[in-house]
Design a protein around this ligand. Structure first.
Ligand code: DX5
Ligand code: ZN
Length: 212
C-alpha cells in the first residue's frame, strides 16, 4: 500500500482547518507541511505556530514536516512535539548528520531530502542515521510544477543500494505518475495540487493507496 500525504501548501489558505478535515475524511495517511524560510528556497510558507495549532486541533493526524530552511538545527525542538516525521535537506548550512541525530533524539522520524541536483551517492554515509529519504521531484519552493521524470532513476537507485527506510517523493505527483513511482519503490507520495483539485477525493485516495 502506498501512503498519501496531502500538502497543505495547495489548500485554500483562508480555510486551513476545513481543508485538513476534508482530506482526513477522505482517508489520508499523513499531512505534509512545507516550512520555507525565503533563503533556502525563494518562498515563505508556514511556521511553527500553525504546525502546533494543527497538531492541537487534529491530535491523531501524523504530521510530515518538511523543513526547507538553511539552518534547521535551532528549530528542531520547536517542531518536534507536533511532528511525526521531520525532514531536512542534504544541502543545508548546518551539519546534516547532527541535525538528523537531534530529530531522532527528540522522538521523531528523521527524514533526509535531496534536491533534484543532489545524488544519493553524495549522502550514502548518512543513510543509517535516517528513517526516510525524500526525493524532490521538482525544485523545492513552489507547488504546481511539472514532475521531473528523471528523478525515477534516483528512487530506483536508493532501492538498489538496499536502503531499508521509507522512500517519499514530493512535487508534481498525480494519479497518472503514481503507479510508476510505486514500481520504482516509493512508500509515501506527497501531493498538493492533484489532491486539492480532485473532484472525487475519497475515491481517488482509495484507488491510489491500493496501488501495489
Ligand atoms: C515544494 C513542496 C511541495 C509541494 C507539492 O517545495 O515541497 O510539497 O507543495 O505540491 P504539488 O503536488 O502541487 O507539486
Ligand atoms: Zn514538501
Amino acid at each position: 500500500m502506498i501512503k498519501i500525504a496531502p500538502s497543505i501548501l495547495a489548500a485554500d489558505q483562508m480555510h486551513i482547518a476545513r481543508e485538513i478535515q476534508r482530506v482526513m475524511d477522505a482517508g489520508i495517511d499523513l499531512l505534509h507541511v512545507d516550512v520555507m524560510d525565503g533563503h533556502f528556497v525563494p518562498n515563505l510558507s508556514f511556521g511553527p505556530g500553525i504546525v502546533r495549532e494543527i497538531h492541537a486541533a487534529f491530535p491523531t493526524l501524523k504530521l510530515d514536516v518538511h523543513l526547507m530552511l538553511e539552518n534547521p538545527m535551532r528549530y528542531i525542538q520547536v517542531f518536534a512535539p507536533s511532528s511525526h516525521i521531520i525532514t531536512v535537506h542534504a544541502e543545508i548550512k548546518d551539519d546534516v548528520g547532527t541535525v538528523l541525530d537531534i530529530i531522532r533524539h527528540e522522538g521523531c522520524k528523521a527524514g533526509l531530502s535531496l534536491k533534484p541536483g543532489t545524488s544519493i551517492e553524495e549522502v550514502e554515509g548518512l543513510l543509517d542515521r535516517t528513517d526516510l529519504v525524500l526525493v524532490m521531484t521538482v525544485e523545492p519552493g513552489f507547488g504546481g510544477q511539472p514532475f521531473r521524470w528523471d528523478m525515477l532513476r534516483k528512487i530506483r537507485r536508493i532501492r538498489e543500494m538496499g536502503y531499508k527506510g521509507l522512500v517519499e517523493a514530493d512535487g508534481g505527483i498525480t494519479k497518472d505518475n503514481l503507479s510508476i513511482l510505486r514500481e520504482a519503490g516509493l512508500d509515501i507520495a506527497v501531493m498538493g495540487t492533484a489532491i486539492y483539485k480532485s473532484d472525487d477525493l475519497a475515491g481517488d485516495i482509495r484507488k491510489m493507496q491500493a496501488m501495489t
